[in-house]
Write a protein that binds this ligand. Structure first.
Ligand code: SOE
Length: 391
């Protein structure tokens, strides 16, 4: 299932923000971690010949293709890394799986539940011949998040009562921010809900080990018309002439109940002026509580209800000791990690699972389950009622 002994040959589709983040991960993973297979950055695909060549040179890919199909057709490629907008995930991932390639697919898994179901079916079929797949809910690989999950699994929080989660950004609060693909439903599927709400749905389920059973919420689009972009760069690009309609939500807020009984309050917005990438999670249980904010991502706050009341209080745990998840491979204690390290950890886990013949997590089935939650929130916003998510 791999091209040469000890090598995993990677072909990446797309080379913008996520492509750059994945590229550094493929490059750095074997340099800091002892991997059972050495990733080879064989080729990157993009439609524009000149731009893809420039991206390959900058990001460190050996060759280029101007179509993803050509990439999948190559016998020397073992794994396809999908870093394109959501409207192409299903087609690329299914074709790759059918061609016997392992797949890493950016989140959200797809733009609709139906597409995600087809991807899960393709992944399960390919799995029978040793082909593996993973969806990129990267924040699971932040050390403090790993520690949070571990504390819940050890019972240190007891029974979970409350799950509070916010994903706050502000990059389109300016009404003149251009209409990038992330604001186009036909490309992105949804707005803040799928782009960043998907992360907090996944993270809270990952940390608690529980799943969301039912939701009710509201989506809002504050700015309904925006300048068309003249050029795409970074998150939103540069405004050009003319305007177009925003076809996705700017913000989503919803209530949830987990199967285990916990009540959840969720908020995902690109209009939280001043908040750039704040992922805030607080979990309260019968024995203790946890709090995390990605804007201080190396820290986990833990309240242990078993502590004597005179000295009890939230502990600020710096998750940079060598015994925290992933940290031993990096720097001495206290030398912090950043956004990009989680992408490297994702590659480490994926490559390790492929070498072992194990099933990577989060799986496409996990991605489908998140997709179902997103679809239920969207439906609840239209119907103003609660919507259940099938178990
Ligand atoms: C844009 O909102 C974005 O890049 C998301 O698409 C990513 O998943 C998140 O990591 C950062 O913000």
């Amino acid at each position: 299932m791999t091209s040469e002994h000890d090598t995993l040959s990677v072909g990446m589709v797309g080379y913008a923000f996520m492509g750059a983040a994945h590229s550094q991960a493929w490059r750095n993973a074997p340099r800091f971690f002892d991997l059972p297979l050495r990733p080879r950055m064989s080729a990157v695909a993009g439609r524009d010949e000149v731009r893809v060549a420039a991206a390959a040179a900058q990001l460190g890919w050996e060759s280029t293709e101007t179509s993803w199909r050509a990439l999948i057709d190559r016998d020397d490629i073992d794994l396809i890394d999908v870093c394109t907008p959501g409207d192409t995930h299903a087609e690329i991932a299914i074709a790759a799986l059918e061609a016997g390639k392992h797949v890493l697919c950016e989140k959200p898994l797809a733009n609709t539940v139906e597409e995600a179901e087809a991807m899960v079916a393709a992944a399960e079929k390919a799995r029978a011949s040793g082909v593996r797949s993973m969806v990129g809910f990267t924040y699971r690989r932040v050390p403090a998040i790993g520690l949070a999950r571990q504390l819940v699994a050890e019972g240190r929080l007891g029974t979970i009562h409350h799950v509070r989660a916010q994903y706050l950004q502000d990059w389109i609060v300016d009404p003149q921010a251009p209409l990038s693909w992330r604001l186009d439903k036909s490309k992105a599927g949804s707005g803040a809900l799928g782009d960043i709400g998907a992360h907090i749905v996944d993270l809270t389920q990952y940390i608690t080990g529980d799943t969301i059973a039912t939701v009710t919420g509201r989506l809002e689009t504050f700015v309904k018309e925006r300048p068309l972009p003249s050029e795409h760069s970074g998150l939103s690009g540069t405004a050009g002439s003319g305007t177009g309609p925003v076809t996705v939500d700017d913000a989503a807020a919803f209530l949830a109940q987990f199967r285990g009984g916990a009540l959840g309050v969720f908020e995902a917005t690109r209009f939280a002026n001043g908040r750039k990438n704040a992922i805030r999670i607080e979990i309260n249980g019968s024995r203790g509580s946890l709090a995390f904010d990605f804007e201080d991502m190396n820290v986990l706050h833990f309240f242990d209800g078993d502590d004597p009341s005179a000295t009890a209080g939230f502990r600020r745990i710096l998750a940079t000791e060598g015994d925290h998840p992933y940290v031993a491979a990096w720097w001495p204690p206290g030398h912090l990690l950043g956004y990009e390290h989680a992408f490297t950890h994702q590659v480490v886990d994926l490559v390790t699972d492929i070498a072992k013949g194990a099933d990577p997590a989060p799986s496409f089935a996990d991605g489908l389950q998140v997709q179902r939650v997103l679809a239920a929130v969207e439906a609840s916003s239209l119907s103003s009622s609660w919507h259940d998510i099938p178990a």
